[in-house]
Ligand binder design. Sequence first.
Ligand code: ADP
Length: 265
Amino acid sequence: MSADTPLTKDTEPGAGANTAGGELIRLAGVTKRFGTNTVLDDLNFTVDPGKHVTLIGPSGSGKTTILRLLMTLTQPDEGTIAVDGEQLFPAPEKQIREVRKKIGMVFQQFNLFPNMNVLRNITEAPVQVLGMSKDEAEARARELLELVGLADKCDARPTRLSGGQQQRVAIARALAMRPRVLLLDEVTSALDPELVAGVLDLLRDIARSTDITMLCVTHEMGFARDISDQVLMFDGGRVIESGSPEKIFSDPEQDRTREFLGAVL
Ligand code: ADP
């Protein structure tokens, strides 16, 4: 991908940014419970613009819940969440809708609209949510499909595509909204093993050649090591250790981190 792709242009530093306070994402004192299960326990962290942060840790430690909170698919019981200097929670409904536009998410199970072709899957939200003209949305969708290597699949239904191709469409769909933050939730977990590398290579390419901020939950430790500026190790709804990938993967401080990495590497 070259430096002058439409993707890069749309994610230039400062594009639509409110740089107050420096960080793009701020979670402060976030607690989330499901019944008596405290899933996130007084969580605090910030992510600076353009950084790639990977969340690792055992299943059930609360990683996906953080992404879902940022997508406003669920709400915290306590604490505040801000994106780009604007409060996402708690906030009035109208503000939540506006802040939410800055965030795109790619899910484990693709979540494409099965009744729409590939092009429409990508243009639907830019037209409906951003008010983009159909022509502009289609032109951008075609550029993004080129970027993800699926320029010839505009008219295909998602069910006709392989899992890897569906995930590429889902990535293009998320980028079509020109988000400042891209949330990736175990995006290769549902793929056949031979399709994993291609999707990870695409994401590496996007991470390298754009300044989009990424928050990534993954069990692909090689990928995490490659793309991350920072790795957060979760256990029991808390960050028990954080640092550079070199530090976390080669010389972790916590026994729990070592034990977890020993089991997955
Ligand atoms: P991870 O991504 O680290 O595997 P999750 O954030 O998916 O962890 O889940 C953390 C905990 O929250 C788990 O115990 C899970 O069962 C629970 N949980 C997640 N979503 C719900 C829900 N909608 N209702 C009840 N419990 C949930």
